[in-house]
Design a protein around this ligand. Sequence first.
Ligand SMILES: Cc1cc2nc3c(=O)[nH]c(=O)nc-3n(C[C@H](O)[C@H](O)[C@H](O)COP(=O)(O)OP(=O)(O)OC[C@H]3O[C@@H](n4cnc5c(N)ncnc54)[C@H](O)[C@@H]3O)c2cc1C
Length: 412
Amino acid sequence: MKNMRQTFLVLLGAVSLATMAGLAQTASTNATKPGDKLASLFPDTVLAKGKGFEVKRSQLDDEVIKIKAQYAASGRTLPPDQADMMEKNILNGLIQMELLHLRATDADKAKGKEQFEKALQAVKDEQKLTDAELDEKLAPQLRLQHISKEQWQKQQMDQTTLEATIERELKVSISDEDVKKFYDDNPSKFEQPEMVRAAHVLLATQDLKTKTDLPEAQKAALHSLVKAPLVYSIVALRNWRAFSKLGVEQIYAPGSYHPLVKLNAKVDVGSYRSSSAPDEPILLRMVRVPCKPGLSEHEQNKAGRAELLATPFATFEHNIRDQLSRMLRGGGFDPATDIEAITVNRWPHGYAPEYNPLWDPEVPPQQRANVLGRAPFGRMTIANSDSGAAAYTDSAIDQADRAVNELLRPQG
Ligand SMILES: Cc1cc2nc3c(=O)[nH]c(=O)nc-3n(C[C@H](O)[C@H](O)[C@H](O)COP(=O)(O)OP(=O)(O)OC[C@H]3O[C@@H](n4cnc5c(N)ncnc54)[C@H](O)[C@@H]3O)c2cc1C
């Protein structure tokens, strides 16, 4: 009973239910989730079948994801060799839950209902909540789990019914004192890694143990990783008749203020329909990489960044109207009537620098600036896509993984 109340309190505190509760829920929930539509495209294989029940792949996957999320939330990672074993254990747990559900008698169900109602009332009394206030507190969690209040109530009652069934079948009776003793006797089973919340992080570039500063060569390597600035100007057009007439969808114009001009891709998703006829409005993306020809690549990036910070919107607008008018005039384009709105998105630190054989020294990969720059320094490790010398998100993820693993290695 006390455990049940704690479960409610935890739920109201916006934390998901415990694993066992999760297993019980999955075994008996038929809630419709947004993913169900997608799932209907792929067969949901039956992993285990018994008299009057079956366990499906989606149930197992849901539980595995929940447990992995719990690991991640407490800052732990599940070693790969334990993941297989965990799947087997969860599947066994799901089968046991289904078998127990089948053994629940009417008396177990009545007891489960009574215990649920008592626990709910205790929470309302303890927190002095009206029914409406309780609903308000529950709502965010229910939304998160994509279930209605009725489905939640059924899940909770299934769980308390399970407890009643286990108690009767195994003739076990665990008192609050027994629970307390178990917690007191097994503190290591409930340990959690230390967690802190910080508003600011200061990086010391001096190793406090050795009193040495970040080596000059490493500082120079880090300074040399200059990100490229980037501009996406988005122009809302009232129609795309000129593009249709000229038979173009995108235009490369090296040397122009925006060298790439491209109509929004045709993407129909759900009820959203993109522009399909030339008389309909559309968005146009214009890409600019500000730079200063004549300088080295990284110096061009710095000059481009300075230009971005100093350029008023009016300059962008003037150049956009001028460029589109010159490019599309043959198709009847008139900037005064065809342009509805313009937004300019500026990234002073856009793409991470990649190895460029035109400028960068020809050295073995392990001597490149990104590798020298990301060397661990005391308890400091360095991530970010530039330490992977690749601009895209996969590089950022790989580098974050590397940096975190460097921290987890035993320190000498
Ligand atoms: C316009 C644009 C389009 C892109 N499109 C794609 C794409 O389609 N596909 C793709 O894979 N990648 C794309 N990328 C690249 C992708 O965004 C990056 O690879 C990724 O975001 C890099 O992640 P990161 O964590 O290394 O760095 P970031 O996402 O840049 O995060 C660094 C964070 O550190 C913060 N920060 C910086 N300095 C300090 C400081 N001194 N103190 C505190 N905080 C600081 C920044 O504010 C930022 O939040 C695009 C990038 C841009 C700019």
